[in-house]
Design a protein around this ligand. Structure first.
Ligand code: KIV
Ligand code: ZN
Length: 510
């Protein structure tokens, strides 16, 4: 029988560690719902000890998932971390604690400053401690990709004896070559006493652009769990991209003796959702989910595809949910039609939330003849961003042109329901707007990135602005805003980033 490979999603933990990609609890819940639609086996929902927000996210996602997926919380090999994870997972139907420690010479010598014996002792202790709370304990051997083969065997053997049900072999720094990483997994399969009692997992990073290849090499050599993220989001160059590794397994199931139970038709939707929530744009030539992944531009290729699709296309775009975008609604469409289409897109809105999106939809439909799925997604995300806003935009006006000095007047409503207006000059209209916002909000930051993209085609399309600001402590905050008017989108994006920064400051003060 073909081996089933479990898909362990860590978009909400390792993915969120990507600078500027942090999500609040509500946003994480939206992503978690999409992960359930994808039918992932495990959701790593956060690192509960790291912040009250992470704790709450793990708790609420455990509640949401019920028995549909295992929900996992990360810890270091420290008892107070494990206590926090156990507490966050208290009501989970399928809880898993993910604990572990560094095992490479560099981690032992330079980071942990412990001996190999001390490392094994700590690893065993944390697994045993976690087993007091849950039956499903996953152990990670951090930086396993650069560890000594026989020491790795020793650690993995010891933690399985101590009760680990899953052993995670990460290539934390994305250093390995696929063949070498595959050989490492095979070595463990051949030399660890009791390895058949545990699931072997691979967790690869993309520092050399090989995370997917490394994960597939792991699967080929015995791993039956792959850890990955939507769009390959994650620390530095990111993690293995779920859409790539799952489609790789699907296309090469026979050679790998492997399959997954992922609903691949949800990939494009998942990609757009994560990109929109985190503000991390997907490059056009990204495998599987990039805008050009199924575009054929050269004459020779177009001719081939027209004669027979698979001359140049190895995947049917419909299998990953591509090419399904359609004109959906018009200004004459009612509440029920909007609700229905939003549900098809994966958003479940009721009451006031639905009314707000409906109003925004009518506004847009008045200005724009054709309202696409991407427009609707943008409207929903815009509403979600405003939900947790400490400062909301009441109005913005600019006066600009040649040879005028650009001037902006901005009116905001604060959390105490006060309306405040400020005016400023700037080198350009956006500079003037941002200076006026700064006069009201008064929070130190530096604008480090600014980009604008149209949500759909056409001159009347919504313009989506993505920005990044850096706080004095080095924290990076992403902001997004969408509107037909890009001055308004730019203002909304800036406010979104400042609201995130202020929310984060408040959370750390608690
Ligand atoms: O990359 C890594 O080693 C990790 C572990 C915490 C699993 O993310
Ligand atoms: Zn990682």
């Amino acid at each position: 029988m073909t081996r089933k490979i479990n898909i362990f999603d860590t978009t909400l933990r390792d993915g969120e560690q990507s600078p500027g990609a942090s999500m609040n609890t509500e946003e994480k819940l939206v992503v978690a719902r999409q992960l359930l639609r994808l039918n992932v086996d495990v959701i790593e929902a956060g690192f509960p000890i790291s912040s009250p927000g992470d704790f709450e996210s793990v708790r609420r996602i455990a509640e949401l998932a019920g028995d549909q997926a295992t929900v996992c919380g990360l810890t270091r090999a420290v008892e107070k971390d494990i206590d926090a994870a156990a507490d966050a997972l208290k009501y989970a139907k399928r809880p898993r604690i993910h604990t572990g420690i560094g095992v490479s010479p560099s981690h032992l010598r330079d980071k942990l400053r412990i001996t190999e014996d001390e490392c094994v002792e700590r690893a065993v202790k944390c697994v045993k401690y976690a087993r007091n709370f849950v039956e499903d304990v996953q152990f990670y051997a951090e930086d396993a990709g650069r560890s000594d083969y026989d020491f790795l065997v020793r650690v993995i053997e010891a933690v399985i004896k101590a009760g680990a049900t899953v052993v995670n072999i990460p290539d934390t720094t994305g250093y390995s070559l696929p063949e070498e990483f595959g050989a490492r997994i095979k070595y463990l399969m051949d030399h660890v006493d009791g390895i058949e009692k545990a699931t072997v997992s691979v967790h690869c990073h993309n520092d050399l652009g090989m995370a997917t290849a490394l994960s597939l090499a792991g699967v080929k050599n015995g791993a039956t769990q792959v850890e990955c993220t939507i769009n390959g989001l994650g620390e530095r160059a990111g993690n293995t991209a779920m859409e790539e590794v799952v489609m790789g397994i699907k296309m090469h199931g026979d050679e790998l003796d492997a399959c997954t139970e992922i609903n691949t038709r949800e990939f494009i939707k998942a990609s757009r959702l994560v990109s929109s929530i985190t503000g991390m744009n997907v490059q056009a030539n990204k495998a599987i989910v990039g805008a050009n992944a199924f575009a054929h531009s050269s004459g020779i290729h177009q001719d081939g595809v027209l004669k027979k699709r698979d001359t140049y296309e190895i995947i049917d775009p419909a299998d990953v949910g591509a090419g399904t975008s359609q004109i959906v609604l018009t200004a004459r469409s009612g509440h029920a039609a909007l609700k229905h289409r939003l549900e098809e897109l994966g958003y479940e809105l009721e009451g006031e939330a639905l009314d707000q999106v409906y109003e925004a939809f009518l506004n847009l439909a008045d200005k724009k003849k054709e309202v696409y799925d991407e427009d609707l997604e943008s409207l929903v995300n815009e509403r979600d961003r405003n939900e947790s806003a400490l400062y909301a935009l009441e109005g913005v006006q600019v006066s600009t042109g040649f040879p005028l000095t650009p001037t902006a007047t901005v009116t905001l409503r604060n959390a105490a329901d006060q309306v405040v207006t400020a005016c400023e000059y700037g080198t350009g209209p956006i500079d003037a707007v941002y200076k006026a916002v700064n006069k009201i909000v008064q929070v130190d930051n530096e604008l480090t990135e600014f980009s604008v993209q149209s949500v759909t085609r056409g001159i009347d399309a919504l313009g989506e602005v993505t920005i990044r600001v850096t706080a004095p402590d080095g924290g990076v905050y992403t902001g997004r805003g969408a509107d037909n008017d890009i001055i308004v989108s730019s203002t909304k994006a800036y406010l979104n980033a400042l609201n995130r920064l202020l929310n984060d400051k408040q959370e750390h003060r608690r």
